[in-house]
Design a binder for this molecule. Structure first.
Ligand code: HEM
Length: 284
């Protein structure tokens, strides 16, 4: 279960990274069922496991080396999927499309309803740690910062709220919200927007003294590992881990898939390539 969550995080993080790129040309490039003729079996092979897959590139100072991405795992699962697809259709299916299909499939495995994935993304040629570090939204963001961050990539307020509902699965590490528990402000030692008894519990789970960055807390404490709307209930009870989420108390429904299609279309570039190996750009 943990690996599915992590894979979903990797995939969704990748989608967020694609948001770094100008969104003007993208949606029209994508197609439903794009591999129907060129690689009809791709979807069934990918099962297990975007928009330019730059987070997959190995190397010094690539996105995967950025501290904000330090907890990402699951790269090997993408490698396996790529290898399987290359075996049946060499050079046809991009790493970024593999990620997009896998994001959908991992939510279905967690009992989500899924959505139709658009295909035809190309894999980027560059990857830069600073871009990830400077551009990804932070868990300390307030509502205006979140709205602005998504709006810069052409995504609406509503889409931002719906996409944040993906925190129905997975974990947050203590270091991502510890500032809400201890020495929060001059007037409040602990963030008053956290339910008081839940804050007590979190302090036990994430003690200040022996605090380390490997401790993990489930974000949706009602239905662990289920892709459902319960995260919003968690938030309405003031039990969200992050300021960014606690500011959002809304419904979560089939609009998630629609919003994922919109996010998955950000930063798609026709001039990029289909990588042979997801970890390196193709040799000249
Ligand atoms: C709105 C802005 C967002 C912020 C500030 C944010 C922040 C975070 C943070 C801080 C974590 C915990 C990471 C860790 O402790 O290692 C996390 C986990 C996660 N996020 Fe987000 N996120 C955002 C949007 C999204 C979106 C749009 C998706 C997917 C559509 C997503 C999917 C996930 C998943 C699945 C996890 C769990 C990962 C795991 O279990 O390892 N997040 N997010």
């Amino acid at each position: 279960m943990a690996s599915l969550n992590n894979l979903f995080l990797l995939l969704t993080w990748v989608l967020l990274l694609f948001m770094l790129v100008d969104s003007s040309e993208q949606a029209s490039l994508l197609r439903d069922d794009f591999y129907k003729d060129s690689c009809p079996d791709a979807k069934s092979v990918i099962k297990a496991a975007g928009c330019d897959a730059s987070v997959l590139l190995d190397g010094n100072d690539t996105e995967k080396t950025a501290p904000i991405n330090s907890n990402l795992i699951g790269y090997d699962v993408v490698d396996d999927a790529k290898q399987a697809v290359e075996a049946i259709c060499p050079g046809v299916v991009s790493c970024s499309d593999i990620l997009a299909y896998a994001a959908r499939d991992s939510t279905v495995k967690l009992n989500g309803t899924g959505w139709t994935v658009q295909g035809r993304r190309r894999d980027g040629l560059f990857s830069c740690a600073d871009a990830a570090e400077n551009e990804l939204p932070l868990p300390t963001f307030n509502v205006s910062q979140l709205i602005e961050s998504f709006a810069r990539r052409g995504l609406s307020k509503t889409q931002m709220v719906i996409l944040s509902g993906s925190h129905t699965v997975g974990v947050g590490h203590c270091d991502k919200f510890i500032e809400r528990l201890y020495n929060f402000s001059a007037t409040h030692f602990t963030d008053p927007s956290i339910n008081a008894s839940y804050a007590q519990q979190l302090k036990k789970d994430c003690p200040q003294a022996i605090f380390n960055t490997t401790l993990e807390i489930f974000m949706d404490t009602i239905t662990l590992g289920e892709f459902d709307a319960n995260y919003y209930k968690v938030l309405s009870e003031h039990k969200g881990l992050f300021t960014s989420d606690q500011s959002l108390e809304r419904r979560f429904d089939h609009r998630f898939g629609k919003a994922m299609r919109a996010m998955g279309a950000v930063g798609v570039r026709a001039e990029f390539q289909v990588r042979r190996n997801c970890r390196t750009v193709n040799p000249c």
